[in-house]
Each structure stands twice: as structure tokens, then as C-alpha cells.
Design a protein around this ligand. Sequence first.
Ligand SMILES: [Zn+2]
Length: 180
Amino acid sequence: MTAKEQEIVNAGDVNTPFRVLQTDNIDDSLFLRKKSINIDIKNIAEDVHWQLFIQRLKRTMEMEFGVGIAAPQVGVGCNLFLFTRIDKPGLPVVVAVNPKIVDHSQETICFEGDGCLSIPNTSGTSRRYAWIDVEYYNEKGEFIKERLSGSSRKGDFTGIVFQHEFDHLHGVLFTDKLCD
Ligand SMILES: [Zn+2]
């Protein structure tokens, strides 16, 4: 993290949400287009700084009623996001650090009702993979490899949330991926 990013993280306690960057603000929109960098995951479980960041990010997502949120959306250009397991009971929120999509379906689908906490008053239909094989580390530094799928807002769409948040780490927004 840069000094400025550390300042953002340390400006509140675990219950303080971050300000979410918005595309209708010029400085915010430039930051949202930047590529994020990998995190040194060694000792992440004991690192109070990263744990504070994760807690505040969770709080932010909760307050904004999101199903996912990526670090760059709060001004931290690091490869980390949260996604909701819509495919699991109780809808647990999972932390993905240094995530990768290592394989995906050939087939793409049009996902209706995509939206973003950083893009005010906009929703649309985005082109997505039907399933993805992913690798990431969780907040304890454990390595996870799994297949995520789901393509409908009416049922499971965990794989779509992962793809949406993953794109944020590359400066890509759902409005870049609209069907037709
Ligand atoms: Zn988004």
C-alpha cells in the first residue's frame, strides 16, 4: 500500500465505512481505471493493517447493500475484493486476495441486472462466462481453488459477482461489457 492508501485505511476503525469512489467524479473515475497490484500474502492473517482494511471493506459493502466490492473502489489499488457466496447457505462474504481466473466456459451469457456501487443509477446486461475456475487466497492466507458458476439474479450468480469484482482489479467496469 502507498502512504496515501494507508492513510485512507487508518482514518477510521472497524465500524467506519469507506467512501466509495464514483465514476461521475473525475479523480475517482481515473483511479477506477488503474490496474491494481498483488499483495504480499505472507503473514496477512496477523497483519492488523490488512485485517482493519478487510473489516472496513466488509462494513462498507454492508452499508451500501452490495454483493461484492473491490479494493480500488475505496481508493486502494491492491488485488483484493469481497464477494458474496450466493450459492451457500447464509450467504457468507468471502475475501479474495491476489485472485486469478485460470479457466472458464467457452460459452458466454448475458447477465441481466448488473450494477456497480461506483456507477450511480445505472444497471445493464453484461456479457459473462457461464462458469469460471478461480484461485485466490483468503484473509487467513489459505489457498483456495474452486469452480464458480450461476448466471441468474433469480438464483445463484456467484460466478458473475467474482467476474465483476475481478474486472475492477484491472480497471474494467461492467459498462465495458454490455451485451449488444
Ligand atoms: Zn463494481
